[in-house]
Design a binder for this molecule. Structure first.
Ligand SMILES: *Cc1c(COP(=O)(O)O)cnc(C)c1O
Length: 376
């Protein structure tokens, strides 16, 4: 089976560097925050073209603290796409604010700016566009709405390290950008980690305080804070991996271009890429009306597939309370039924890629189906 992700193989290539980095943290017991975290923050801020970065223990914590820095709390509303990972909505719930869902674009599956306009209310405080699968959301109209209504924009860039919108790195476009370093993301820790990047030093200082129990020099705490600290071992690992990220993303893009070309039949639709997008393919998701059957055919080719995500936010049990039934967000619902993720990671070797390409061609054309039909 060609695995959906292959982190063991990624680590073999940089084993010596990783071992040395971890050993050096052990040698000086620099385990929580510390100089490795500070150094990685500086490197990742530069990568994202922002002035500040604050390392935390997960992407979800990054979103939570960015929302608190925006002043979001009980009684406020935050607009986010109905089609995303649950963490985007959960971070809003943690603040006591209400997640307000809006439908996504039919092709890129990112937040639809017109849908955002329809969901504004006097309580709206912030918008969270999600750069889903590694394709940036259409930021200009979203930023224009935010400016007009005095709203904060927090980018959920957990799937989009290195993606660009009109030549600008995601994370640098709104008030803050939140990244996850969950192991399987485009840049992954050997454990859990996340980061907030921002050009706003006022936000960075609030987030720095809140990630570690609200510690401030004079101890005039306004909030008890959290233990959301990034660990030194994770920072050291991430610092080893960061210089490879551009290369890994380039490799994902090459794989995706071969896959696009292999989709010659009408049973599968390749992902859409807008002209202003530099897509980093955290996920390469085809769309198909026959997902269960198509997934079985890929399995027969030895290609592991996944579904990101089978249920839109409003139909998750945890968010039934929002009161949206089936039909509320048709594009999100259609996507949840049709998307199928194919392995696109940079560790795929030439032989594996050849199999995936052959599978995409055959499955998209339904040639296996006709073979089966002939056999029957
Ligand atoms: C992974 C992910 C997160 C959460 O990151 P964690 O590090 O797992 O907390 C948030 N949003 C999206 C879109 C993600 O894919």
């Amino acid at each position: 089976m060609i695995p959906f992700a292959n982190l063991r193989k990624q680590h073999v290539g940089i084993q010596a560097e990783l071992t040395e980095a971890v050993a050096s943290v052990l040698a000086d017991a620099d385990f929580s925050l510390g100089r490795r975290v500070a150094a990685f923050e500086e490197g990742f801020a530069a990568f994202c073209q922002t002035t500040q970065a604050v390392g935390v223990n997960s992407g979800t914590s990054a979103l939570h603290l960015a929302l608190l820095a925006a002043g979001v709390g009980p009684g406020d509303e935050v607009i986010l796409p109905a089609f995303t990972f649950i963490a985007t909505a959960a971070a809003v719930s943690y603040t006591g604010a209400q997640p307000v869902l809006a439908d996504v674009m039919p092709d890129t599956l990112t937040l639809n700016p017109d849908a955002v306009l329809r969901r504004l209310s006097p309580r709206t405080k912030a918008i969270i566009p999600v750069h889903l699968y590694g394709h940036p959301a259409d930021m200009d109209p979203i930023l224009a709405i935010a400016r007009r209504h005095g709203l904060a924009v927090i980018e959920d860039a957990a799937q989009a390290h290195g993606a660009e919108y009109n030549g600008r790195r995601v994370g640098s476009l709104g008030d803050a950008g939140c990244f996850s370093f969950y192991p399987a993301k485009n840049l992954g820790a050997c454990g859990e980690a996340g980061i907030v990047v921002t050009n706003r030093s006022d936000w960075a200082s609030v987030i720095r305080q809140l990630r570690s129990w609200g510690e401030i020099a004079s101890d005039r705490r306004v909030h008890p804070g959290f233990n959301y600290r990034m660990g030194g071992i994770q920072a050291a690992v991430l610092a080893v991996k960061l210089p490879y990220l551009e290369w890994w993303n380039a490799s994902r893009r090459v794989n995706a271009s071969h896959y696009d070309a292999a989709i010659t039949g009408s049973r599968l639709t390749a992902p859409t890429v807008r002209p202003w997008a530099h897509h980093v393919y955290h996920i390469y998701a085809v769309r198909t009306r026959q997902r269960a059957l198509v997934a079985k055919e890929f399995a027969r080719w030895g290609v592991e597939t996944r579904v990101h995500f089978p249920t839109p936010i409003h139909l998750l049990k945890a968010y039934r309370g929002l009161g949206h039934g089936l039909g509320a967000f048709p594009e999100a619902e259609r996507a949840a039924c049709e998307v199928l993720s194919i392995p696109v990671h940079p560790e795929l070797d030439a032989a594996e890629k050849e199999v995936v390409v052959a599978a995409l061609r055959a499955v998209s054309e339904g040639s296996e189906l006709s073979t089966l039909a002939r056999a029957a």
